[in-house]
Design a protein around this ligand. Structure first.
Ligand code: UD1
Ligand code: UDP
Length: 373
């Protein structure tokens, strides 16, 4: 058996690793172990419950107001003892969070090979997204198996000198996850979401949480949302708000108790994914949503100055608004009030894979460790 330990800690990692954990568990030649850092607590647990994943190890590190050094040091120290007791053949980490980087570093210190899922995304600006661009670049230096979602990601890795034979193009596992939860005629458990009038109002789904947007950029974003709703009686907003208290403070200042702005708690992945399919447009600074929404034919206005996901921009379903208040208002109103502009962007395209990324990753792992089988 090949002993594979998957390490993750935040909501997006959990969503994108869940189908992979399921695929590893289903393979008779693999012993799959899950270690969560719980860099996120509630938002991680939502995903574990949905996909019925029971971690063998839970470092439970989350603290209110945690700094990057707090997360890094707690993950590093916590994983050290887990690796000592488990001695896996391979560690899998995902993407670009601090759990990802610290998990990879802990594995390196234990001289255990690392596979990096969703490898090769680059904005080429080390401070944006911060600290994610550095986290993923450093993880690439440590990894010996690179699972890249797109050809562009493969090229980024090759340009940095990664040996071509160590890269496998797989598609993004987020499409695997999306296919597991999207349902025709989905009914929300929360009746408020069922009863909202999606015919009478154009509906914006909003999410925002990035560290580099905290402060003035986020003030601009929420100020723009408030202005859009004030100026347009036919527009409503649904905003499942991230649990980060720093985000909540700015959001409450601009958006609390405003008519047609529905601030709600973070949704479980299944209702959130199905809500993406129901609304008219999505405004977000999230990475994962830029990959999901194009597959669902929903235009995305990105509330960041750049993206490491150029495939969806090239396909025409994602547009970068930046964090300037007027630019956000202008782009959003154009999309919602000009039908031809909307239809041009509302095409379902999916540059991120066919939903079989996890099987390709499992096959590549088995080929790499075939001597153990
Ligand atoms: C983290 C990742 C980011 C990822 C994002 C996804 C880092 C540095 N950042 O950012 O890459 O895009 O997750 O959401 O790895 N909190 C809770 N409960 C939760 C989750 C968060 O209370 O379930 C609160 C805590 O007070 C915590 C704060 O949110 O201290 C911030 O969480 P943290 O993981 O440090 O940063 P994020 O901004 O969530
Ligand atoms: N998501 C969710 N519930 C919500 C908001 C988002 O399940 O209330 C999902 C979303 O579909 C996507 C992922 O969370 O798969 C994105 O996570 P997040 O925005 O926290 O992080 P990022 O993608 O920016 O790293």
């Amino acid at each position: 058996m090949i002993k594979v330990m998957t390490i993750f800690g935040t909501r997006p990692e959990a969503i994108k690793m869940a189908p992979l954990v399921k695929a590893l568990e289903a393979d008779a030649q693999i012993e799959s172990i899950v270690c969560v850092t719980a860099q996120h607590r509630e938002m991680l647990d939502q995903v574990l419950e949905l996909f019925q994943i029971t971690p063998k190890h839970d470092l439970n590190i989350m603290a209110k107001g945690q700094t990057l050094s707090d997360i890094t040091s707690r993950v590093l120290k916590g994983i050290e003892s887990v690796l000592k007791s488990e001695t896996p053949d391979l560690i899998l980490v995902h993407g670009d969070t601090t759990t990802t980087f610290a998990g990879a570093l802990a594995a390196f210190y234990a001289q255990i090979p690392v596979g990096h899922v969703e490898a090769g995304l680059r904005s080429h600006n080390i401070y944006s997204p911060f600290p994610e661009e550095m986290n993923r670049s450093l993880t690439s230096r440590i990894a010996v198996m690179h699972f890249a979602a797109t050809e562009g990601n493969v090229v980024n890795l090759k340009n940095e000198g990664v040996d071509e034979t160590l890269i496998v193009k797989t598609g993004n596992t987020v499409i695997d996850a999306l296919k597991m939860v999207i349902k025709e005629d989905y009914r929300f458990e929360d009746d408020v979401l069922n009863q909202m009038d999606y015919e009478r109002y154009k509906t914006i789904l909003l999410t925002a949480h990035r560290r580099e947007n905290l402060g003035e950029p986020m003030e601009n974003i929420f100020g723009a949302i408030r202005a859009i709703v004030d100026r347009n009686e036919g527009i409503q907003v649904i905003f499942p708000i991230h649990l980060n208290p720093a985000v909540r403070a700015i959001a409450n200042k601009h958006l609390k108790d405003v008519e047609r702005i529905h601030m709600i708690e973070p949704l479980d992945y299944e209702p959130f994914a199905n809500l993406q399919a129901k609304v008219d447009i999505i405004l977000t600074d999230s990475g994962g949503i830029q990959e999901e929404a194009p597959a669902l034919g929903k235009p995305v206005v990105v509330l960041r100055t750049e993206t490491e996901r150029p495939e969806a921009v090239e396909a025409g379903t994602v547009i970068i608004a930046g964090v300037d208040k007027n630019a956000i208002i202008e782009l959003t109103e154009k999309l919602l009030l000009d039908e031809s502009a909307y239809l041009k962007m509302a095409e379902a395209v999916n540059p991120y894979g066919d939903g079989k990324a996890c099987l390709r990753i499992v096959d590549a792992i088995k080929a790499q460790f075939s001597y153990k089988l």
